[in-house]
Design a protein around this ligand. Structure first.
Ligand SMILES: C[S@@+](CC[C@H](N)C(=O)[O-])C[C@H]1O[C@@H](n2cnc3c(N)ncnc32)[C@H](O)[C@@H]1O
Length: 253
């Protein structure tokens, strides 16, 4: 293991919550509470950078999405922004999947408004009701970090992907530059939870305390790449965006 690689966290662990099932339930309930204001908060807290990150992800996947007969599944699709951006590409059959019902309602509403045909599946990403080797592309944006077991999540993605299929994980990461990281930590630990609580009310305050904590616990870009390789993914590479605030990891089955 190289020096730059952190010891990988086994999965999301909100403070005071133990056990995979409990973590899953806690995460789902947290997103239930955030769903009505999720989009607004996302755009405000990221200064609209989230749109850019998703757009770049879609561009990086353009050829694979456009391949004849491509089946794309956006896991942890939430309110559907990445799913809908993927569906804009001509020719792709795009599904969305998430375990939070209010998020899926929001995704369905947006899909209707944009006349997009994007079937939705309510499911846990750790146990997908999808056939093995059925998807050509699997994407997950800002959802992977919340899984109770990263290893299980990667193995499930590997199972569902067709041989030759691509997985794309867009996730918050650790900025490698120390000075930048200090500023970013100040913003995410001190400023972000306050804005989050102000905009979403006290009920969702937990969510915006959890967000920076979960980002800090999450494996850095090299460690996530290592986990992907250990699962069996090949040609694993990542691209940092916005000084490493987020990273897009790609891998092939
Ligand atoms: C931060 S939101 C991201 C939503 C969307 N992908 C985006 O880019 O805006 C994380 C989403 O992951 C979902 N999620 C977290 N853990 C999950 C799991 N184990 N199975 C399915 N969905 C999960 C949550 O319900 C939530 O909608």
């Amino acid at each position: 293991m190289s020096k730059a690689v952190q010891t990988a966290a086994p999965g999301s662990r909100p403070k005071g919550v133990e056990g995979e099932q409990q973590v899953g339930r806690w995460v789902r309930r947290m997103f239930d509470g955030v769903a009505p204001r999720y989009d607004l908060l996302n755009h405000v807290l990221s200064g609209n950078m989230d749109r850019l990150w998703r757009a770049r992800t879609v561009r990086m996947l353009a050829d694979r999405i456009a391949a004849p007969g491509a089946v794309v599944v956006d896991l942890c699709c939430g309110s559907g922004d990445l799913m809908l951006a993927l569906a804009k590409r001509r020719g792709a059959t795009v599904f969305g999947s998430d375990f939070c019902h209010p998020m899926l309602i929001e995704a369905a509403r947006k899909a209707r408004a944009r006349r997009a045909s994007t079937p939705l599946v309510e499911a846990d990403a750790l146990n997908l009701p999808l056939a093995s080797s059925s998807a050509s592309v699997l994407t997950v944006a800002f959802g992977f970090r919340n899984l109770a077991n990263y290893d299980k999540g990667l193995r499930e993605m590997y199972r569902v992907l067709k041989p030759g299929g691509t997985v794309a994980i867009l996730e918050f990461s650790t900025p490698p530059n120390r000075a930048f990281r200090a500023c970013y930590d100040f913003y995410s630990l001190r400023v972000l939870p306050r804005i989050g609580a102000m905009l979403s009310g006290k009920d969702a305050a937990d969510a915006y305390r959890y967000l920076p904590e979960s980002v800090r616990r999450f494996p850095d870009a090299n460690s996530l790449a290592l986990l992907m390789r250990e699962t069996g993914f090949q040609s694993v590479r990542f691209r940092r965006m916005t000084f490493g605030v987020v990273a897009l990891h790609l891998g092939v089955k």
